[in-house]
Design a binder for this molecule. Sequence first.
Ligand code: ADP
Ligand code: ASP
Ligand code: MG
Length: 402
Amino acid sequence: MGLIVQKFGGTSVRDRDRIFNVARIVANTRNAGNDVVVVVSAQGDTTDDLIQKAAEITSDPSEREMDMLLNSGEMISISLLAMALMEIGVPAVSLTGWQAGFQTDRAYSKARIKRLECERIESELARNRVVVVAGFQGLNKMEDLTTLGRGGSDTSAVAIAAALHADRCQIFTDVEGVYTADPRKLPNARKLEEITFDEMLELASLGAQVLNNRSVELAKKYNVELEVLSSLNPVPGTLVKEATKAMEGMLIKGVAKDEDVAVVTLVGVPDVPGTSFKVFSLLAQKKINVDIILQSTGRDGNKDLIFTVPRSEAENTRKLLDENVSRFGGSEVEIKTGVAKVSIVGAGMQSHFGVAAKMFEALSENQINIQMISTSEIKISVIIDQKDADRAVNAIHAAFIH
Ligand code: ADP
Ligand code: ASP
Ligand code: MG
């Protein structure tokens, strides 16, 4: 007898048949003698549809009202799943995020979990019920509804597994596990048996949507081993854990693409101490997340500062820098969209020469120009033209994954 947390994403609860499919998976887990907490996302494209509905009303919705609206998506799926479970004879109860005890900070649309008080979940489990919890939802100190950011249901599931010391945390999705590249874009991508938290965190942060990066961060922090698997095809998935068996010859674990990126150039800022500090502290104050940073060599007392931000922040960044450009002494702000970040990830590159060269060779053979490069111990990212991104993923994948 154990306690298992099972999370099902939007496609897994898309319609009536999929909801009953999930109910049967949960029933089987329970019939095997386990307590089960289920975390679900909104059905299918519900969250996108709700965002579209708001856009029909205003181009600048209140963040509070936006979170109020988006909370409604998960309410539908928890209640329907609880009904389906009862329909097949499994006692169940649905709980919203706030009923389940998710207390967050006040940052609407990207709230962080501050506390999780699990008494209600525990008391419902003690009454022998399957507990169906709404993912993605939280409540802040002002008792307003919040959301944990897109893909946040993964984080809800991991948080519950950590708080309840669950024996297993299973993330069911619409592919069979974590692959060496997005299997929908690259049919010859390989399913990984295992991947470390660190590798998965990089892949998730660099665009592999299969797990939300904050969920992986939390899983690593509380050492919650994750199993990513398909809700439609009962085959072994991928284990995400602290350490994995050495995979002979597997230099990299995956290739990821992220199109949510824009390149910002601040032209002709003074080549003196303090310039970077002024620019990046201003961006930090406005919570704009800066990724790759380059600086040209100074000439005639001036230099260019070049960096990337999420594309959704590009206009905010332009406005902020335009307003302050005289303070930095720069002459102009340029923003370039139409770019993408393509990355490779793998702990194996720490102990091997020539990984970067091999990646650049694959790009060069395909006449793909690299605009920026950034590296860490276990990843290499390049910024290239967006139109070249899929070709780049293909070529790099072919070069590394046999
Ligand atoms: P869910 O609704 O279950 O949360 P998501 O759509 O958030 O599912 O994530 C699953 C999707 O992630 C897959 O359908 C796949 O297209 C995409 N994906 C991107 N990169 C990868 C990868 N490396 N391995 C597996 N899936 C990936
Ligand atoms: N429904 C939310 C979203 O679409 C949360 C999730 O699916 O994890 O982002
Ligand atoms: Mg998801």
